[in-house]
Ligand binder design. Sequence first.
Ligand code: G6P
Length: 605
Amino acid sequence: MCGIIGYNGMSNAENILIKGLKNLEYRGYDSSGVALMNEDKIHIVKSEGRLAFLEQKLKSKNILSDMGIGHTRWATHGKPNEANAHPHTSQDRKFTVVHNGIIENFPIIRKELEKKGYKFCSETDTEVIPQLLSYHYHGDIKDAMQKTFVSLEGSFAAAILCKDDKDTIYVAKKASPLAVGRGNRENFISSDVGAIAEYAEEAVFLDDGEFAEIRKDRISFFDFNLKEKEKEFLKIAITPEDLTKGKYEHFMLKEIYEQPEKIKNLLKSKIKNNKIFLDEIAELSLEIMKAEKIYIVACGSAYHAGLAGKIAIEEMCRIPVEVDIASEFRYRNPPVNEKTPVIIISQSGETADSIAALRLANSKGSFVIGIVNVLPSTIANESDYVIPTKAGREIAVATTKGYLTQVCALYMLALHIADIRKTLTDESIRFYTEELLQIPDKISEILSDTSEIKTLSQKYSCKNDFFFIGRNTDFAVASEASLKLKEISYINSSAYPAGELKHGTIALIEKDTPVFALCANERLFKKTLSNIEEVISRGADVLCISQKGQIDKEKYNALEIPHCTDIFLPLLEIIPMQLFAYFVAENKGCNIDMPKNLAKSVTVE
Ligand code: G6P
């Protein structure tokens, strides 16, 4: 997804902007550009394709500047070419803008401006912003900003340079994230706080309907009525190690290997008297007692984490749970109210559909618990209560540790709620807590020897269509395993509840169709085994994923994982599946950390 970076300080802006854009690369992009202010003018340099092309162009121009803005574009309106790349300027070259989000009423604005004689050079929605700024500008930049941004529908995080003010970057924000970072006589902006973490000491996110003026030694905030506001800066909690691959070939592999430690730290921080206690939601006991149903709402892998969470919450807390895809939930008029808490799960905290779902739930009186990794972020800021997943910065587009910590946080939440509602005995809570505490070592055991998975990946890399089947917890994992394979190796695959296959989809099974049968769930093992037989008899090439000693390895191809109580199986069973997807993508020479067409944080709906 698009990324914004901005710098105003004493150093060479070009270097800092390029570094910032590199930090944003992982989000996915197809073109990039910068605008650098110096004494003569605003210099704009743009390029299609990789950032290295932009870097080369900039080097040859040798522009001296200590203030500028930059952008990586992920095409929405208009092809990914140089003309459509940001920054965009007004016809009179007064205003230069980079923008994330979508201006929904841009066709009407563009038509009106064209009638007034304005000429447009791109197909983008963004170009209406500098043109409109120029139209409304009569010597007062903030006045022009107010008139422009209140007339825009949709979402925007925009950074603006104006020729008439060579010392300031102006920003505006609605429904698309924008952070302002503060350093020592140098200030920054970014759509992703991680991109400025190595420079800025502290940061604050703009709220919807806010402007900011970024000078070298001063930052001022305003609402859309131009009333000045105070905002509190927070220390940025990202370490330099988070930003490098270390000894690993890819960020994805590094992040897979970080999982035992991340789960261990998450659990340890919440154990009191051999029980899980989530202090973040300590004051929620009354509302939790009254809860009649829980909604879990998320996108992508976070939605799959929700599938695992549903099973645990229903089993342990005896509350019905509905898991919803955020882009569906937000337009469905769901019957949520003060008795239906809504859990929003998001690694980035910035997914547009999840933010919209959160706001809808809030407007209907539900209290919202955000399970979020990136803090601060919009979802963390707007949730009534936040459970941080503490996975650290996740760079690979395909989530691994982000997903796993979400699942773990949901289990912790289930145990916390079960304790409050007394739906589990103290003894059971202790049993589950101890089981959870053993998970990190079991993940390490899987990670300690990946040779079998590597060999399997060689066998399967040439296949085109995969099925992942399973029941209950196994199905929750199958859904995520299938997505991982699709995302990074571009192999078509579907996840199916094993018992549902026979109602149509089994027609697709033929000789050598690869079927990964997740059958580790002890309670349903025999049931899944019948489904395995059904596909084997139709010629499928089946690989079972089972607990150690569970399956007859003479008879079935099986990949074994350490023993674990059924409910927590997703925390283990997904590990070999993440590795499998990784090795297949490696065998196929795919761009593992930045798969085509995908973005780390999807800030448009
Ligand atoms: C994108 C990413 C997925 C992620 C989903 C939800 O599609 O590519 O990996 O699961 O967004 O992201 P979130 O940040 O809300 O967890």
